[in-house]
Design a protein around this ligand. Sequence first.
Ligand code: KIV
Ligand code: ZN
Length: 386
Amino acid sequence: MRKITFYDTTLRDGEQTIGVNFTTDEKVRIAQALEAYGVSAIEAGFPAASNKDFDAVSQIARTIKQSKIVGLARLVRRDIDAAIEATKDAAHRGIHIFIATSPIHREAKLHMTKAEVIEKIKADVTYTKQFIDDVIFSPEDATRTEPDFLIEAIQTAIDAGATMINIPDTVGYSTPDEYGALFDFFQKEIPNYDQIGWSTHTHNDLGMANANALAGVAHGATEIQGTINGMGERAGNVDLIEAAVALKVRQDKFQVETDIDLAQSMKVATAISQMAEMPIQPNKAVTGRNAFAHESGIHQDGYLKNPATYEILSPDMVGAHASLPLGKLSGSHAVMSKLSELGYEVSKCDMIHIFPKFKAIAEEHSLVSDEQLCDMMRQFHVEKAV
Ligand code: KIV
Ligand code: ZN
């Protein structure tokens, strides 16, 4: 099976989330958690951005031994030099350099012609390559770039020594069919496609970041770039946990494997959410607290007969637990099962009297607690005795 690697940018693109500002100590702990989770590369920061970023990247470079440590740089010599210097002590290191290629970015932001952009890519990838072998190149806003110019930019970077091409859907504009087709297009147009790595980099502005990353993989990408919990600028990046779980659960379709230790998913998501002071939305796929909670009577009944009726992955797989919260839609099967867990063995006959009591409580409260159930049973036994 083809191996798909994971490149985490929680500490760079993820830290661009509004209100998030990790301390250096937190960044080192996050990098350690990511390494244990099995990501092959950690984009530890943007060293030219500030002394704090530079120091954090240096410290992570000295601490992490397995994952590759990457510094981000614009095609600006000062940025490149800072990323080279900050990662110098890493056991494995890389540099991620980027320049925007789309017309709107070239004209409104960079004020550069196509020829100038190509010249810059050639000169700066060549320069970088003298110091670092592993050069990741991104044509920023790739998905809104003219196809011919995108090929020219990518081919220029490859010819100058780039070892990995990253395809940013910078503003989350692409659809899965379009994003997947881009990788088909590269395979057709880039003669040495198989000799380098290709990564997806998808943003979630239209809620398609995960679908787009998976489409990239299905069409020949070898790596997924993203963040934990989908942190990132605006609506964020693809959540690496969701992507890794989807590749595993739908291995029948994707036919790929990864080094991600999925059982650590909840632990990693929770730790990073706490450090970021950014709660995970309750209904978030995989790591939300409702992701394995079944409330309605029909679902609870099916789940109790066979969890696979309403679970496509076992919560154990990602280090989570299933729950059957009791509320106004719950059925008697789930209530009996919960009462049994609490030590009350209730006959079907008794349930005829107990269930309406449960419903009355549930209608007044969004969820019925264990304490409320015990009070209800005490009251039931008193009434039964008289
Ligand atoms: O989204 C983006 O384009 C980026 C680049 C720096 C690769 O994060
Ligand atoms: Zn990005």
